[in-house]
Design a protein around this ligand. Structure first.
Ligand SMILES: Nc1nc2c([nH]c(=O)n2[C@H]2C[C@H](O)[C@@H](COP(=O)(O)OP(=O)(O)OP(=O)(O)O)O2)c(=O)[nH]1
Length: 138
């Protein structure tokens, strides 16, 4: 059976209603695809703890995790990824890309122009569809 991993992604929104997008680097799998910062959930962690830890490691800042967005199962050629996304806000520090090629604050209206990791498309669709319902974040 193909290996399945539990991955969490943060849709970090700033005061200008832009979303923090991260470009996977040459050294990572799925290089040159954009993704939501985050990563694999470790044993004994819940999703929120995993997200806070991953963002601290990858972007050197602290977030507060908010509402659940969606969960998607995507089969890549070598791995099955269960991606769960949550809204988040930065509560301390400024994000710095330590692992990614780069990071970029992107207005929602421009978000489709990036080449997203396939597992992220349902989240992107939902963000665009429900923009008016997500007044809390956008
Ligand atoms: N963090 C994150 N990972 C994503 C997203 N979409 C998506 O397909 N993935 C995939 C890429 C990776 O296979 C996995 C995340 O694991 P990871 O970020 O800890 O993986 P990694 O680069 O450290 O390790 P590797 O995959 O290079 O072995 O999920 C996303 O939006 N955010």
């Amino acid at each position: 059976m193909m290996k399945q991993i539990d991955v969490v992604g943060a849709v970090i929104v700033n005061e200008n209603k832009e979303v923090l997008c991260a470009l996977r680097s040459e050294s990572m799998s799925l290089s040159n695809y954009w993704e939501f910062p985050g990563g694999k959930v470790e044993k004994g962690e819940d999703h929120k703890e995993a997200l806070v830890r991953e963002i601290k490691e990858e972007l050197l800042c602290d977030i507060q995790v908010g509402d659940f967005i969606t969960e998607t199962l995507h089969e890549y050629p070598n791995i099955k990824v269960k991606l769960t996304t949550y809204f988040a806000q930065i509560i301390k520090g400024t994000p710095i890309a330590t692992e990614h090629e780069k990071i970029k604050w992107t207005p929602l209206k421009d978000i489709r122009s990036l080449k997203w990791a396939p597992a992220d498309i349902p989240t992107i669709d939902l963000l665009l569809e429900t923009e008016s319902c997500n007044k809390k974040y956008f």
